[in-house]
Design a protein. Structure first.
Length: 202
């Protein structure tokens, strides 16, 4: 799957940013598509700054979609991804937190089930504004750390894949190795759809 995503982005450089956002959005809505593995591909193809932006935009759109799916269809939708007992447990924890700081603490504690918590938040009475703010703050911090340190080790050609869980190494390792340097250079010229820098492709 990751190889197909990489090939899609490399072969459609003009719309690569839009495709990246759509893929990242889908990874949040359709759990459990490996979001972290996708971030590694984005880091290799787009670099730290663009990869971070596309990841944040996609994950926020996905989280918002999850929130309103749960708000509209309630437990019947969320039960497809999580046992009802866990839903009730996290629903209660979110409900008891009234302040921004409290909700952020729940977000931090559940960073590894980020997608699911967005669904569960939709079952509570939390306002969308508060949900959006806390989701953005926690997401920006963790995604930012990934891209910052990931970018450093990639730039220094460190064997960064060792930092990933064993299950993720086999799927993610090929992305930076097989990436066509010329295509990567072309992709990184784009900061928006159809907009190209004036510098020539290397």
């Amino acid at each position: 799957m990751l190889g197909a995503v990489q090939a899609l982005l490399e072969n459609h450089t003009t719309v690569a940013p839009v495709l990246a956002v759509l893929v990242r959005t889908a990874s949040v809505i359709i759990a459990p598509i490996p979001s972290t593995a996708l971030d590694a591909v984005f880091l290799a193809l787009f670099g730290k700054v663009d990869g971070f932006i596309y990841t944040i935009v996609g994950s926020m759109i996905g989280s918002t979609t999850n929130f309103f799916i749960a708000r509209k269809f309630r437990e019947s939708a969320v039960q497809r991804f999580m046992a009802i007992e866990k839903i009730r447990l996290w629903e209660e924890r979110i409900r008891t937190q009234t302040g921004i700081a409290g909700i952020i603490s729940v977000r931090i504690a559940t960073v590894f089930i980020f997608d699911y918590i967005s669904y569960i938040a939709g079952l509570t009475k939390i306002s969308y504004g508060k949900f959006l703010a806390t989701t953005f703050l926690t997401n920006a911090v963790f995604v930012g750390l990934f891209y910052y340190f990931g970018g450093i080790v990639v730039e220094h050609k460190t064997y960064w894949i060792l930092a990933l869980p064993p299950a993720g190494r086999d799927t993610v390792r090929p992305a930076p190795q097989r990436a066509d340097p010329q295509k990567v250079s072309r992709i990184r010229q784009y900061r928006g759809v159809g907009r190209v820098r004036s510098s020539p492709v290397c």
